[in-house]
Design a protein around this ligand. Structure first.
Ligand SMILES: NC(=O)c1ccc[n+]([C@@H]2O[C@H](COP(=O)([O-])OP(=O)(O)OC[C@H]3O[C@@H](n4cnc5c(N)ncnc54)[C@H](OP(=O)(O)O)[C@@H]3O)[C@@H](O)[C@H]2O)c1
Length: 251
């Protein structure tokens, strides 16, 4: 199977968790995948671990919250790979769990910079050349927390809600120029970011008791949906949000 053969994908936050799985699933079907993150050694390890795949995983260091690093990364990828066909805005953080009234401007700025402004910035830099070529798929990884307020998690819910609307707004404008823009909203998935939930046995049990699909979500289960959206199999799909949460939201 080589549905992404000759395609160039850029996946932010590809050193672990959901981003790493997306990179591996894309490379398995032939894509050249550039992964970024703040720590080069962990990106290089992902690349080494996947040398036998049909596609390639190429590491590049970049903090998506820093404009100059993002600009330099996009310029490097375009000069080395020729173009970007698929953009996955996956990198995000969750620095604060606590009462909304205890939040300060510094936390607000950091969460907006990393989770929201980075997505806007990436699309502003990458989408124009996609439009010129009349081809592109942009996938923004949001969260079900952006669809229903997560307790004690105002900034995470707020930034993810904004990513959902940003997705739809871009989709409306870019569709006629051949660029599709969709989002994925995962529920609880077993990664480092969510370890404070699933490592707590009582909390995990309470979550799974209410989740129709009883197992803890795995990064690959998000990555497979990203593959569908990245490929031409989803050529008639834009502006949509795909909830990947084992049915938690509807239960
Ligand atoms: N896990 C869940 O339960 C869950 C649920 C809903 C939504 N999501 C969403 O899924 C996406 C991936 O989350 P995850 O659970 O896989 O997280 P994770 O395991 O913490 O991985 C985050 C990735 O992003 C990178 N990253 C973090 N901050 C960055 C920055 N400023 N610049 C560049 N890279 C950065 C990290 O690498 P470095 O630290 O080396 O930079 C890492 O590769 C996020 O958008 C998250 O909101 C996750």
């Amino acid at each position: 199977m080589s549905v992404l053969k000759d395609k160039v994908a850029l996946v932010t936050g590809g050193s672990r968790g959901i981003g790493r799985s997306i990179a591996e699933v894309f490379a398995r079907v032939g894509a050249t995948v550039i992964i970024c993150g703040r720590k080069l050694y962990s990106l290089e390890q992902v690349s080494r671990d996947n040398e036998v795949l049909p596609g390639r995983i190429v590491p590049i260091q970049c903090n998506v919250a820093r404009a100059e690093e993002v600009e330099s990364m996009v310029a490097t990828v375009v000069s080395e790979q020729g173009r970007i066909d698929i953009l996955v805005n996956n990198a995000a953080t969750n620095i604060y769990n606590g009462y909304a009234l205890d939040l300060g401007e510094a936390e607000f700025e950091r969460m907006v910079d990393t989770n929201l402004r980075s997505v806007f910035r990436m699309i502003q830099l990458v989408a124009p050349s996609m439009c010129e070529r009349g081809y592109g798929s942009i996938i923004n990884i949001a969260a079900t927390a952006g669809m229903r307020p997560e307790p004690l998690n105002l900034l995470y819910s707020m930034t993810n809600a904004a990513v959902l609307m940003l997705t739809k707004s871009y989709a409306v404008e870019l569709a006629a120029r051949g660029v599709r823009v969709n989002s994925i909203a995962p529920g609880l998935v077993q990664t480092e970011m969510s370890s404070y939930v699933w490592k707590d046995e009582a909390r995990l049990k309470a979550h799974l008791d209410l989740q129709p699909v009883r197992h803890l979500g795995q990064p690959e289960e998000v990555a497979e949906v990203a593959l569908m959206l990245a490929s031409e199999r989803a050529s008639f799909v834009t502006g949509q949000n795909f909830v990947v949460d084992g049915g938690s939201l509807i239960a």
